[in-house]
Structures are given as structure tokens and as C-alpha cells.
Design a protein around this ligand. Sequence first.
Ligand code: SF4
Length: 753
Amino acid sequence: MSRHNLTRRGFLKLAGATGVAASAGITGIPSPLKAAQSNDAKSEMFLHYDRGVQSPSFCEMCFWNCGLNVYTRNGRIHKLEGNPLNPNSNGHLCAKGNSGIDSTYDADRIQHPLIRVGKRGEGKFKKVSWEEASQYVFDKLSPLMKKYGPETLATFMHGTGEPYVHALTKALGSPNIVVPAYSQCLGSREMAWILTFGTGVSGHETYDMANTRHMILFGRNMAGALQVREAEDFAEGLARGAKLTYVDPRLSESCVNATDWLQINPGTDLALALGFIHVIIRDNLVNMDFVSKYCYGFDQLSAHVAQYTPDWASNKCGIDAKTIERIAWDFAKYAPHVVAVPPRRMTRYGNDTQTVRAIAILNALMGNWGVPGGLWVRSGVPIDLPEYEEPKQPTTRRADGAGKGEKYPLAPQNLGRTNGMIEATLTQKPYPIKAWMLYGTNPLFHSSAGTNDIYKAIENLDLLIAIDTQFSDTVMYADVVFPESTYLERDDAPFVQKDKIPFIALREAAIKPIYDTKGCFDICKGIAEKFKIAHWFEHSPTQQIADLYKALSPEQAKKLKDDGVLRFEAVDPYPLASGATPTFRTATGKVQLYVPNLTDFYQEHGDDFAPMPIYKDPIMADSKDTFRLLFGKSPRHTHARTQNNWLLLELQDDNPIWIHPKDAKRLGFSDGQMVYMVNPKTGVKAEHAEKIKVTKRIKEGAVFIHHGFGHTTKAWSRGYEKGIGDNFFVSDDIDPISGAAAFNNGFVTLVKA
Ligand code: SF4
């Protein structure tokens, strides 16, 4: 450890208080968090501090995109501060956000365009010019597209530059676009919300936790899967006296202040939600004023849930029937100022869309749509934004089973399915996939298709193109690598957010790229030029910022320039409370307790597609010494992106395996003992041992680790093989409605090292 160790820790504890507090268990009192990070406190502290030149930006250490002011002196970034005027984060940053400078000044970054010279995975590349790299893509991809059709190209993307990769793929003629955020995170939740309410809950969710009286979090770890404003709203709600029912086999950071912790059997959340619904309907606790006016299918639902008694639910989920009754009554008591919240990553047990459907129904029965403390409603920005023509989505059949007439008919064609695309590449069916383009994604690490199968799928590729800032595990297998500038080094298109307070935020390059890197727009344009389709790339991010200024009034333009953000008045986040008549963009125009547009699929595919959720038992372990693997986010890291960030590694550089004391005792394990994790289905054993953490915070029969550790990329001088990874051990099951992954059906055994 360096001699500056103590100083660094001190800095992180001060500047990254949100993350540290959350990791230690959020207290539920927002004031200490805010006091530690408020702009006032910082202003006081840095009264005589020369900040240097200020540039507007928004954070990209995760995709919440908190508002930033970036300060440079002598052409070097020396400080990131939250922008207090940005309503996305109100001036606050988490530890990850505060550590963002390292994303730029990290010598492990990809520093030049590269072409592979060694074997795939060896990490041997030669430095080439941008011209050579783009020409390489043209020379390799053109014959493949000629031989197999343009659809032989599949692209996987995650990041601010997604629209450009999207446009490039479509302009090249391939329909095979995959956005893993759908099939590996939000897909089932979005699908359920759309089927019920007609709109998705999206990545910036509309739960009014700051004003709620009772929130039920179904495994939603607000304080651990940390996004600043959400975590603050959560803490504010608790500080105002909201009750928190926390449902999780694991005691997470969010659970610390729970009124009730329901340590549920994994995979049975649907049983619990159906039990709540049963009690609420049976005992006439429904908000019938809302339901009779705005909901469709209440009679069918009443008849359907009669079977799901508290005793039945208790038998499935392991929560006492009296507790189910009590909480259902208490939840209804505070209606409509209550909210039931599904997990963010809803890729769990294969019944995920139906589980979120039940949670959505629970909200609807409370009539909490459009009222304080319930579900608020977004407003858009009230100006005509510049519009740019995009290539049309090709109508060629997709390879991943997403879309009408395919195995996953409801999975959206513009987002696709990661696992399906990997399977198509592995089997070369329904047609050959011979080229991948990856933008900011790491399929070797982030997919449940089975990491061994992904290695084999990559062997089937004749071309692997990577656009990234860093050498991820999968970038090491690329044939050609385009280094992207970091979010602190580039202009990006204005960030336009529909919200409670809708806003537009700017990101302007705080410094010139320190290495030979470019923004994703310029990278895609360079490739497009070779294929003579560069006319789709006429509006650079810098141009888009200029176009935005032209669309604003002089006062608005001045405000945006001065503040880095432009806030607008919300139309009304609580329209129902204000007496407005809501509209729901569902097939019936109402909130769908019963989904008539699923009935055809129900007849064709059976119970999985039922118009009302039907409970199905989860897959269980086949022996008591085989454990269900649960994983979740650490508040100190983002997915698998930050485990080489030295600042964040100082906060967490290991990944102990949580196990219940009874399970540990039976196996003869003691706290801190080193063990190997084994996948009994594939026989794969973790490459290195990890220590165990014996704790009652995890349910018997399950083990827990944080996601994102265990990297195999030797280009990471600090993060290489730090901690154990989940990617070899999660399941390859699929949620039938959304087509998204069901990671938590994976099981492991533990062997003494
Ligand atoms: S939550 Fe943290 S990492 Fe995510 S955008 Fe905000 S400051 Fe950055």
C-alpha cells in the first residue's frame, strides 16, 4: 500500500460519505449524509480554495448520471463536485462518483487504437492509426456481410454513446442490436409495468419514497445498489417516519432501518405478493374508488387470488401467515401514500415478469398512482428539441429469438436478448453470426449464457470489434480495439431527463484526451466513412449542444451556460391528487389487473403467460450442501467496471462469500476460512479461493457475494483476480415473458482450499 494510504482513506471517507455510510448500513436519517456532502459545507471548507476552471458534466461512474462540476488547473482535473442545481442528485456524489478522476488518469486504460497480434485472449496487440483500425473493420466485415448478409453482425452496447452504435449497426443493415440493460437487468420489470400501467418504470424510477408512509421493498436495495437521489429519497422517507417492510433472504444495507425484515425463501416473492393481494381483497382494503374508475379485471383478480391464502403463501415463502396479514393491513392503512417496489435487477428466478406484475397490482389496489408517497408521474421538457433522422431498424429476422413470431414474442426488437445472441453465435443458428461489435460491454463477465459457452461463441467469430475505455475481460479477445475518451474528456449530447423536475444537463470536455482516444461518435463515424454511410453522422455531440442552444430562449441559454443544467417546472407529478383524470397506455386504456393482450400467448404457451400471475415453485437445490447463489451490488463499485479503480479498491478489494452459521457449522467452516466455489452443473471450479463470512444476514441454504469481482483481464494491474466472480456460477434460465435472464437459479458447492 502506498505511503499516502491514510490520507486517501480520509479523503474518501469525507468526500464519498454516501457510499461509505451505505456500505456500513444507511442510518435512515438523511441529515448526516447531507451535512457531510452539502454544497454549503463544501463551500465553507473550500472558501479560499482555488478551484480553477469549471466545466459542466454529469457522472458516468454509473448510469444514474448525477450532475457534476469538474475543476481543472493547468489542464489537469483536480476535483469533481456535485452540481447543486442538477435535480438528478442535488449536489451530491457517492464514493464511486468522487473516484471518477481515476477513470481518466489510469495508466491501465486503452491508450491507442489496437489490432490483435497474439492469440485471442493473450492481450497482445499492436498500436495502429485510427485510419488503419477503421480500414481493418471494413476489410474484415465487408466480406462477412457479403457472404452471410449484414445480419451476421451483432452489437452489444452500454453507455452514453449507445445511439451512435445503434445508428451504425442499423445503417450497416443488421437488426441484431443488444442492449444488455434490458435482458440482464431491467427487462422483466419494464415488461410487467408496461403490461399493467402502460408505461415502464425506467431506470429513473417513479416511487415517491421521500413522502411515503409505508414502503415494501421486494429485494430493492436502495442504500446498497446506490444511486444518489434515490438513496436520499429513501433516507428522507425513513426520517419522516415511513414504515419499511424489507423483503430479502439477505440483510442488505437498506434493511438496517426496516420496521420488518421478511427473510423470505429465495424465489418466492410472488407467493408473498399474492398473499398480500389476497388479504387486501378479502378484507375489503382495496381503494375501490380508484380501482372501479381506472382498473380493468378486478373481478377476475378477486376470483384468481382466492386460492392464495396467507397460510398458503406462508408455506411457500417462509413468512408467518400472521405477519403477512398484519403487513397487508398496515400497508393498506396508509393508502394511497404507500409504495411497493420491485427489484431493479429483476433477472432472478424465471418467474420475474409475473412477480413484478403482482407487485404492480399491489400498487394499483392501493390507488397510489399519481399521489404523494405513491407513484409520481414524469414530465417532459417543454421545448421543441432538435431532432435528427436515424436509420430505420432493419426488418430482417433477429437471431436472438426476440420479437413477434419468435420464441420471446414480447421481447423488444430494439433492445434484444444478450443470452439469445450468444446462443445464436454459439450454435450459428438461425443463421451465422460471425462478427460482434462491443461498446462498453463485457459479455464474458456479464452474461448468464455460461462463461465457458461464451468463450466457445467467441471462437466462432471471424471478427470481434471493441469500443471501450478500458481492457475488460472481453476486450482482451478483440481483434481490433477503439479506445474511447472518458466522460471527463469529451463533449456528449445533452442529457434530457423527463422527471419530477425535468431538466437538461450539459457535458463538456473538461480536458483534451490525455491519450490517443476519441468519443464514440467519432469512432462510429470513422467506421461509417469506410462503408460510405457517414451521412448518418452529421451531428456531433458538440453540434448537438450548439443546436440545443439555438432551440432555447436567450434566458434559458444563459441559465444553461451559467449553471450547466436547465431546470423546468413539472406539469404535476401528482395528477390524481390534483383531480386530473389519468390515462393509461394499455390495451384497455386502464390499469390492467388482468392483461387481456396476454390471453393469446397464454393459450399458446401456458401458465407462464397467464393474464394474472400464477405461482410456480422455484427450482430448488438437490442437496442441503448445494447453495443457491445470490449476488448483488456493492455501494463501492459499479457492475464489473470499477474493480481496477485504486480509490474504490481501497474501500473494497475482496468479495467474501456470505454463509449462514448453521450451514458453515455443518460443513466444518469457520469465519475467514478460504474455500473454492464450484458449479455442480458444469463442474467449473473458481480459479482462486475466497474467504467465507459466517453471518446470520444470509438465509440458510443460500450464499451471497457482490457482483463484479474476479476479473481475468491481466491488463488490470490492480483489479486482476481480485475477489471471486459470479459469472461462472449464475444460471442460464430465462424468464419466458420478457426473455431476460434468470441469474439466481444458479447453485454452488463450497470446497475447503
Ligand atoms: S450514483 Fe454515484 S456513480 Fe452513479 S452517477 Fe451518481 S455519483 Fe456517479
